[in-house]
Design a binder for this molecule. Structure first.
Ligand code: TXA
Ligand code: MG
Length: 347
């Protein structure tokens, strides 16, 4: 759970750092963000440099309250307003037409802007004290696993960023649900903890996935959210069998499962993440980081259950495990994973 360990002095210092055009990593309820003054294009460019992120990939502007929206958004559709009322502050990002003053560095040159009001006491304090918008992607190197703890941010960047506000473990653990409200109907560009049913309770016309002509979201390229160790997703009934193929050759295997292992095995590191989708999501990235350090040949992830509440988890696992990344041990599964296709994988 998120426990704020940040003093007023820390917040004040972070605000000064932001005003000086430098970066501050801060907690949100989803993942940690790497923030810059959204009014300062030079500061926002630093985010891209530090992350190694292509300049064409837009970043989200965070504000503490919708009253600041008109600085960033030209007009909010009635649907966007309803969703904002229902879910802000919270793990929802809305894409709307940008206001004229928004820098191209933030929007990647598009005529839209992504905006979010996070629900985390430290993010709220920081935004409130700063008084403007903070542009922030997840605080990880491009293509890598998002951070859900302050120490993860340090692991990613070392001393490349001066200030990391420690707000404890992120409660949601997966990035926000992104809904674009530009176009015929609102569309979910990235699934998150707010499900499509929850969105449809507020706005019944919301559709899943980008429609034709909607610019692609960089987080939607495959090979994203990835550890260094190859990740394969394996059906539950095959898990032990696949694991044994490696361990019988004395190759180490790291496993993320929904249950305890059937038998002990000295060549395996096994994490039982349990069957509750919210708790699984909360720890997923921390578990992937732990398993990545196990010195294993491969990370095997037990396939998660069907159903909407697992959508966001399934989406991130699918991206962590890509065809390019796969260790071929089984033609069926390799084909099954390859089926997802490859669309311009970042490196
Ligand atoms: O939970 C989150 O959303 C976290 C926290 C820090 O707020 N942020 C986050 O940022 O995940 P990032 O940059 O890692 O992912 C933001 C996604 C990217 O895939 C980006 O392409 C998309 O939002 N995005 C930003 N602006 C957009 C726009 N104008 N139109 C479509 N997609 C946009
Ligand atoms: Mg990210």
């Amino acid at each position: 759970m998120a426990i704020a360990r940040v003093s007023q002095k820390d917040i004040q210092h972070a605000v000064e750092v932001l005003r000086a055009g430098e970066l501050v990593a801060f907690p949100t309820e989803t993942v940690y963000g790497l923030g810059a003054n959204a009014n300062n294009p030079e500061a926002v460019r630093k985010i891209f440099r530090v992350k190694g992120r292509p300049a064409t990939h837009p970043v989200i502007v965070h504000v503490d309250h919708p009253r600041y929206l008109q600085r960033w958004v030209r007009d909010m559709s009635p649907e966007a307003k309803k969703l904002a009322d229902a879910f802000w502050p919270g793990p929802l990002t809305l894409v709307a037409k940008r206001a004229p003053a928004v820098s191209d560095v933030i929007t990647g040159g598009q005529d839209t802007v992504a905006i979010r009001v996070p629900n985390h006491p430290v993010a709220q304090q920081l935004l409130n004290a700063f008084g403007g918008g903070i542009a922030a992607p997840s605080a990880n190197r491009y293509g890598h696993v998002s951070p859900t703890r302050a120490e993860h941010v340090r692991e990613e960047f070392g001393d490349d960023i001066g200030v990391v506000l420690d707000g404890g473990d992120c409660k949601v653990g997966l990035e926000s649900t992104i809904v674009t409200c530009v176009g015929d109907v609102p569309r979910v560009l990235r699934p998150g903890s707010i499900s499509i049913s929850q969105l449809r309770e507020i706005v019944p016309t919301v559709e899943m996935g980008p429609g034709a002509g909607v610019p692609r979201v960089p987080g939607s390229t495959l090979r994203h959210y990835s550890p260094q160790t190859p990740v394969n997703v394996v059906p539950s009934r095959r898990l032990e069998q696949v694991m044994n193929e490696f361990t019988s050759r004395h190759e180490k295997v790291a496993v993320l499962a929904l249950r305890p292992p059937a038998t002990a095995n000295r060549y395996m590191t096994w994490i039982n993440a349990g069957m509750r989708s919210d708790l699984y999501a909360r720890s997923l990235y921390a578990h992937l980081r732990t398993l990545d350090k196990a010195g294993a040949k491969i990370i095997l992830v037990e396939e998660v259950p069907e159903g909407e509440k697992w959508d966001a988890v399934r989406d991130r696992l699918r991206r962590a495990a890509t065809a390019e990344n796969i260790v071929t041990y089984d033609q069926d599964i390799a084909a099954w994973v390859a089926d997802f296709g490859e669309d311009g994988a970042p490196t």
